[in-house]
Design a protein around this ligand. Structure first.
Ligand SMILES: C[S@@+](CC[C@H](N)C(=O)[O-])C[C@H]1O[C@@H](n2cnc3c(N)ncnc32)[C@H](O)[C@@H]1O
Length: 300
């Protein structure tokens, strides 16, 4: 027992990970031992790995959502809203730095987006396209806090997941901004907007993609952006893996949740190679997500 505690201390984990390992010590020691060993790169018998995998599926909604679809907004929505009476594993994901940073990304967007909207509003009507919006919580929250009683601002939430859009409609209605938000079920790669957007949001989409794919996506969506429109796109930063390697290890091992971390310089290059002028970036409060801003300089 004493040795076990020492082993945990030697891993230099943060408090939330230590709490998880202590809870697992009581609940299922195989799971705890597996997590420690696999984190240290020590091989584990396949039967034990299978047992741990099944445990995680049965005891974590977050793990299972990511396993079913690593890009689902069900996962991000859990991190935004929390889970009532979470299991130790879900509690860990919610309390981990990486988990909190996803919510911090939402808060950073909610803080910065109104400033960007207001620069466009001073010139006239504003149309926002939220690509891969999930329910579109970011836009809905910003509209309900700042623009509920204005009529010259609209958004279209575009997602291929009909259930995410249904949630978004309920959210927009509850927050009394349903008159300002439309929902379209389509791939944003095929979407041809009848009206070009002043602002495009691309949040939580590029993170698992290689640079070339990101460049191609940014080129493809440019057709829907006004010549002086602003693309706001996020990517997970290397700091996420550096500062919270334990969460990343669990998510990579089980749900195969793999990120292609990019720093601001790499994101800037993606914008520039796709034909945008880089206008800078902001970070979430953990520095785990870079959120770039750029305007098109060519329609090639
Ligand atoms: C991780 S979630 C992020 C949701 C939201 N942007 C946020 O920040 O909370 C990614 C979303 O992108 C959607 N998505 C991914 N590729 C898409 C595509 N090509 N067209 C439309 N939606 C897409 C998924 O269905 C999912 O809802």
């Amino acid at each position: 027992m004493e040795n076990d505690e020492k082993n945990i201390e030697n891993l230099e984990l943060d408090e939330s990970a230590i709490q998880l390992l202590r809870a697992l010590e009581k609940e299922n020691k195989n799971v705890r031992d597996f997590l420690i060993k696999s984190y240290n790169g020590i091989p584990v018998a396949p039967e034990i790995e299978e047992e741990v995998y099944n445990y995680c599926v049965n005891h974590s909604m977050i793990f299972t959502a990511a396993l079913t679809n690593p890009g689902t907004s069900v996962l991000t929505e859990f991190l935004y809203e929390g889970i009532p009476s979470p299991s130790p594993l879900d509690n860990y994901f919610l309390q981990s730095k990486a988990g909190r940073a996803v919510k911090a990304r939402l808060l950073a967007i909610e803080k910065e987006l109104p400033k960007i909207i207001d620069t466009y509003r001073s010139k006239g009507d504003v149309l926002i396209g939220n690509l891969g919006s999930g329910p579109g919580r970011d836009v809905i929250n910003v509209f309900s806090t700042h623009y509920q009683n204005v009529s010259n601002i609209k958004a279209i939430n575009i997602d291929k997941d009909i259930n995410a859009l249904k949630r978004g409609k309920i959210m927009a209605t509850k927050q009394k901004v349903d008159h300002l938000v439309k929902f379209v079920q389509e791939s944003f790669l095929n979407y041809n907007s009848p009206q070009k957007f002043d602002i495009l949001l691309l949040i939580g989409i590029l993170c698992p993609l290689d640079t070339e794919t990101c460049i191609n996506i940014l080129k493809t969506i440019k057709k829907n952006l006004k010549e002086d429109g602003c693309l706001i796109a996020s990517n997970a930063a290397p700091k996420m893996q550096k500062d919270d390697p334990f969460t990343y290890h669990i998510m990579e091992w089980g749900p195969n949740w793999k990120m292609v971390f990019k720093n601001e310089e790499e994101l800037r290059q993606i914008y520039e190679k796709a034909g945008y002028i880089w206008k800078g970036y902001f970070l979430d409060s953990y520095g785990f997500h870079t959120i770039g801003m750029g305007i098109p300089h060519s329609y090639s």
